[in-house]
Design a protein. Sequence first.
Length: 125
Amino acid sequence: MLEVYNQRLSQRNITITSHSDKKSVEDYYNQLNKNSILYILDERGKQYTSIELAGLVKEWGMSTDDINVAVGPVDGWDQIGVNHSPKRIISLSNMTFPHELASVILAEQIYRSTEILKGTKYHRD
């Protein structure tokens, strides 16, 4: 399912890269170029409605920075050294999801955001 949203989002210049490396937030920061902003998914983060996320995605689209969103590893960010706050933390839910499912949910919500911004009927309130 992730491939479906990857294909849809690639038409909007949004790329999904999936990997299973266990990296700390520091490792993610170190591999990003200096014009990148990292958002991580964590249950302690801010929860957005689909409309609110669309607003965030709109901001991302206007940014000159590369935006990266990292889904946490199986044991969560705490287990691999996220003791200092990253720039942004997003929560998909108060519930915990397997990281593969969280990736699909995130991709669908970003796709939904692009459809909201385009004004299509994909999202219905």
